[in-house]
Design a protein. Structure first.
Length: 155
């Protein structure tokens, strides 16, 4: 007689969920055109940024309620900053205002460059640059450093 041993240990792997599964399902139901979980999560981040930037002046290039236009990729990255608890809502608003002003004033500044700068901000604040020997800055110190460096290079 042989006995089989079954283990039903469920270990979750990977990164912890940023949003409640119920919220993700409700977003998937509201936007049926989203086909993958990644698209639904991106929409969740985007809506978080909408919530932070609601009624904020100076972000018309990113989110313009009058014409009902917005840059989804920029909003998604700003939402990632906010949801991860990396920076405060005020710092997200400051970053959004800066990106919006750059999009309006600099003809060579593109959306993909704005997204790259916001990702750099997120990585630096999370301490991912420490492995390269780059010192850590607080978020309120980092925004002017990153954005000032870019504006000097762009001109």
């Amino acid at each position: 007689m042989t006995a089989t041993i079954s283990e039903t240990v469920s270990k979750k792997r990977g990164r912890p969920e940023a949003f409640d599964p119920l919220w993700v399902r409700s977003m998937a139901n509201m936007f049926p055109e989203l086909r993958s979980k990644r698209q639904v999560i991106a929409k969740c981040y985007e809506t978080r940024a909408f919530g932070v930037l609601e009624g904020v002046d100076g972000v018309a290039a990113i989110l313009d309620r009058a014409t009902n236009t917005y840059h989804a990729t920029i909003l998604e990255q700003l939402g990632r900053l906010s949801v991860d608890g990396i920076v405060s809502d005020e710092e997200v608003i400051a970053a959004a205002r800066w990106v919006s002003s750059m999009l309006q004033s600099e003809p060579t500044f593109m959306v993909r460059q704005a997204v790259a700068l916001i990702r750099l901000l997120r990585d630096e604040v999370k301490g991912r640059w420490a492995i390269f020997g780059i010192e850590h800055h607080e978020p309120d110190e980092l925004l002017p450093l990153l954005f000032a460096d870019y504006t000097e290079v762009a001109r």
